[in-house]
Design a protein around this ligand. Structure first.
Ligand SMILES: NC(=O)c1ccc[n+]([C@@H]2O[C@H](COP(=O)([O-])OP(=O)(O)OC[C@H]3O[C@@H](n4cnc5c(N)ncnc54)[C@H](OP(=O)(O)O)[C@@H]3O)[C@@H](O)[C@H]2O)c1
Length: 267
């Protein structure tokens, strides 16, 4: 009996340490709202210093204030993720201040819906550049800093459409399919640098990005019919996967896309 309680207490302490992010510095692109915000809150609750990025300063300030007033350490920088020079300057400063950049979550993303034959080239470029090219640029800036400490956790945000096709969003589907493969490519290339590269594939979550779908009752009924857990995702549902992939708990996992989708893809 005594042995049992001793063992379980030790297990509890070890598990807490595995998920602990104290002393880690994290960058979350798209951390101002929606899924990026929920993952920022999660990493902060696990002890990480978090630095969030988006183009809208007022939203960044609001999110940072919320996190800091509940005991977190959140800084922010308004910038367009496509601007490599601005992002490089931001990361240089962050590294100088903290001595490490340990975690990167690439959550900034956009979608444009058009039937394929009418898909305007500007919209195609905006979606593919934001969802895919920016992840290439941001990773090229951050990885050298991770290599300095032989440690890093990169989490890309994929989608159901990394696996399946959906109509009227060819650019988005193409970009998210590519993100899953890009994740595998970097996982292999940087494994020996102590960097784990994984992705989270969310199902349908209510955010600004998906708001048009949730105004359509037929679409909502269709979504519910496809989700075995019979629940639309709440951004908080991503918190567990984000902390898991950002922490030592996932040290032996790389190149994977973990779907947080209420079971959509397996049904
Ligand atoms: N919601 C879902 O059901 C769902 C499902 C699967 C995957 N995802 C993915 O999850 C990620 C987050 O989506 P969300 O639903 O949370 O959408 P959201 O609420 O619209 O948030 C998108 C975030 O990206 C930022 N962003 C967009 N373009 C940017 C740019 N050029 N530079 C810097 N920041 C930029 C936005 O801020 P600004 O506009 O102020 O720049 C915002 O912070 C995306 O990659 C999305 O594809 C979402």
């Amino acid at each position: 009996m005594i042995l049992k309680s001793y063992t379980s207490k030790r297990f509890e302490v070890t598990i807490k340490l595995l998920f602990n992010l104290e002393g880690k510095t994290a960058i979350i692109t798209g951390g101002s709202r929606g899924l990026g915000k929920a993952m920022t809150q999660a990493l902060s609750e696990a002890g990480a210093k978090v630095a969030i990025i988006s183009r809208t300063e007022s939203e960044l300030e609001k999110t940072a204030t919320e996190i800091n007033s509940s005991g977190g350490n959140c800084t922010y920088q308004a910038l367009d993720i496509m601007n490599r020079a601005d992002f490089q300057a931001f990361v240089d400063r962050l590294y100088e201040e903290n001595g490490s950049v340990d975690i990167l979550i690439n959550a900034a993303g956009v979608n444009k819906r058009h039937s394929f034959l009418d898909f305007p080239e500007d919209d195609w470029d905006q979606v593919v550049n934001t969802n895919l090219k920016s992840v290439y640029q941001v990773s090229q800036v951050v990885i050298p800093y991770m290599q300095k400490n032989n440690y890093g956790k990169i989490i890309n945000i994929a989608s159901l459409t990394s696996e399946i096709g959906l109509p009227n969003m060819a650019a988005y589907v193409a970009s998210k399919g590519a993100i899953s493969q890009f994740t595998k490519a970097l996982a292999v290339e940087f494994a020996e640098s102590g960097i784990n590269v994984n992705a989270i594939g969310p199902g349908y979550f209510k955010t600004e990005l998906t708001m048009p779908l949730f105004k359509d009752e037929e679409k909502v009924a269709w979504m519910m019919s496809r989700i075995p857990l019979k629940k639309i995702g709440d951004p908080d549902d991503l918190k567990g996967a984000a902390v898991f992939l950002a922490s030592g708990a996932s040290n032996y996992i790389t190149g994977q896309t973990i779907y947080v989708d209420g079971g959509w893809l397996i049904s």
